[in-house]
Design a protein around this ligand. Structure first.
Ligand code: KIV
Ligand code: ZN
Length: 524
């Protein structure tokens, strides 16, 4: 049964979902999303029905500022928040970035724990209090909706947190967020912290209390739930539980707890459309390159699979024997989509609509060319192949830099691996070069470096199959140090070496773009 069927929807029990995949999630090591990828994810978050999208931290880079601004302009039906430290410049820039949003929010924060005050901020408590007051006041002069967070709250003096929170509310903060920044607290301790906070700071009842839990001890979801029991009505989370270090509370787990155990969470409910969870999860995984562990709750590929015969027998007799959730409730319907090289535009358009992509004629024509090429090489294409193709479209679309037009390799036992590449530059010039290396991927990187004059070192490399079968599409992900900067690239192809070449070329192009943006921002 769902929350909708079992409860009258009491507005006081509505839990807001604040998604920070594009901010805290994007801070995960090795993740670097470009503008189109961020906007695509934001559209899916809006379809998923989250209440707030934290779109980025605009002061940190021109790319972050543009990402937040683009989402504020293009993604409707949701609050768009921008993060800002508690200082004038951060708050002003965050305000500029979200100004076009239907519902803009500035989220400003400062640490309250003595350990952060002493070693990071080098401020005393009075100074931090003054900063918090000024930042909230300024933010409220820009937007109506202001969130204030006490960073490292769970390791802070409780009385001091209550004082700062009270002052932030007096200045007009509309949401107070209590982060467990280092994932240190435990459910009963967190609940008592928040209960005490309500006692010490009665004005907290006039605003929304939010919780933001990290997963360093694997307790982010349990702590968020404890927060709800204490009275919080906003949870901050990320799709697939990504985020700084061990990640944030997982959005899909929180949403499915509220749906599956509605009666046992006092009728708390959310506006999350859980049928969109699988699509959101796959999209985030593909765009970030963070592969989902197979046994991950709700979205892992084994979450609804039954291996043991006794389980299979039970599930066939009645799914309730071993399944507490219905696969369709997370959008995991078995798709019937199979397209082949004889499928036409019409069939492709219908399949894409079924997958949630509505393309105009020009874009469809472009995708159709890639689809035909892929179908010629691979035979049949499934829903997963089409999703991978569409994700790759978004990657390719924003990368108007160099394109790989050819790559060849030679090697074998006892032979030195070598590769040649042809790369078409944005001005139409074709750069050709060859390289040798320790293995085929190294040789490809050498050839690309020779063609572009870059210098890269591979830090991480992975390939995984998008679907099963020997003709599966391969998705290669590289994390490299390029000209002294860390960069990620992802490429998809039925040929894993071609996918690797595309991934590395994209990483080099992204690094170049980052360098150009930095130079432009510095006005050099
Ligand atoms: O973990 C944290 O404390 C944060 C804040 C900026 C809310 O991410
Ligand atoms: Zn965080």
């Amino acid at each position: 049964m769902t929350a909708d069927q079992t409860h009258d929807r009491d507005p006081a029990k509505r839990v807001k979902f604040f998604d920070t995949t594009l901010r805290d999630g994007e801070q995960s090591p090795g993740i670097h999303l470009n503008l189109r990828e961020k906007v695509e994810i934001a559209h899916q978050l809006s379809r998923l029905g989250v209440d707030v999208i934290e779109a980025g931290f605009p002061i940190t880079s021109p790319g972050d500022f543009e990402g937040v601004s683009a989402i504020a302009k293009e993604v409707g039906g949701v609050t768009v928040a921008a993060l800002a430290r508690a200082n004038e410049k951060d708050v002003t820039i965050a305000g500029e970035a979200v100004q076009a949003a239907e519902r803009p929010r500035i989220h400003t924060f400062i640490a309250t724990s003595d350990i952060h005050l002493k070693h990071k901020l080098k401020m005393d408590r009075a100074e931090v209090m003054a900063r918090a007051i000024d930042a909230v006041k300024l933010a409220r002069s820009i937007v109506e909706d202001v969130e204030f967070s006490c960073e490292d709250a769970t390791r802070s003096d409780r009385e001091y947190v209550a004082e700062v929170v009270g002052a932030a509310i007096a200045e007009g903060a509309t949401t107070i967020n209590i982060p467990d920044t280092v994932g240190y607290t435990m459910p009963d301790e967190f609940q008592s912290f928040l209960t005490e906070l309500y006692e010490r700071c009665p004005s907290l009842r006039d605003v929304t209390l939010s919780v933001h839990c990290h997963n360093d001890l694997g307790l982010a979801v349990a702590n968020s739930l404890a927060g709800l029991h204490a009275g919080a009505r906003q949870i901050e989370c990320c799709v697939n539980g990504i985020g700084e270090r061990a990640g944030n509370a997982s959005l899909e787990e929180m949403a499915m707890i509220l749906r599956t155990r509605a009666e046992d969470v006092n009728g708390l409910w959310s506006g999350v459309n859980t049928e969109e969870i699988t699509r959101a999860s796959r999209l985030v995984s593909r765009m970030t390159g963070y592969v989902i562990q197979p046994n991950k709750a709700v979205v892992g590929r084994n979450a609804f699979a039954h291996e043991a015969g006794i389980h299979q027998h039970g599930v066939l007799a009645n799914p309730l024997t071993y399944e507490i959730m219905d696969a369709t409730s997370v959008g995991l319907a078995k798709s019937e989509i199979v397209l082949g090289k004889h499928s036409g535009r019409h069939a492709l358009r219908n399949a894409l609509i079924e997958l949630g992509y509505e393309l105009d004629d020009e874009h469809l024509n472009h995708v159709f060319v890639r689809f035909k090429d892929l179908a010629d090489r691979k035979g049949e294409l499934s829903a997963l192949d089409l999703e991978a193709l569409m994700t790759d479209e978004v990657r390719a679309e924003s990368a108007d830099g160099p394109r790989l037009t050819d790559v060849t390799f030679s090697g074998g036992v006892g032979a030195e691996p070598s590769a040649t590449v042809a790369i078409t530059m944005p001005d139409g010039e074709v750069a050709r070069a060859e390289g040798t290396g320790d293995g085929p991927v190294d040789a490809i990187m050498m050839a690309i470096d020779a063609a572009l004059g870059s210098s890269g070192r591979l830090l991480e490399y992975s390939v995984h199959a998008v679907t099963s079968g020997k003709d599966a599409l391969g998705e290669a992900r590289v994390v490299c140090d390029i000209d002294g900067g860390r960069q990620t690239g992802i490429g998809v192809s039925p040929d894993v070496l071609e996918a690797s070449a595309i991934a590395y070329l994209r990483a080099v192009a992204a690094r170049r773009q980052e360098q150009d943006e930095r130079v432009a921002a510095e006005g050099v």
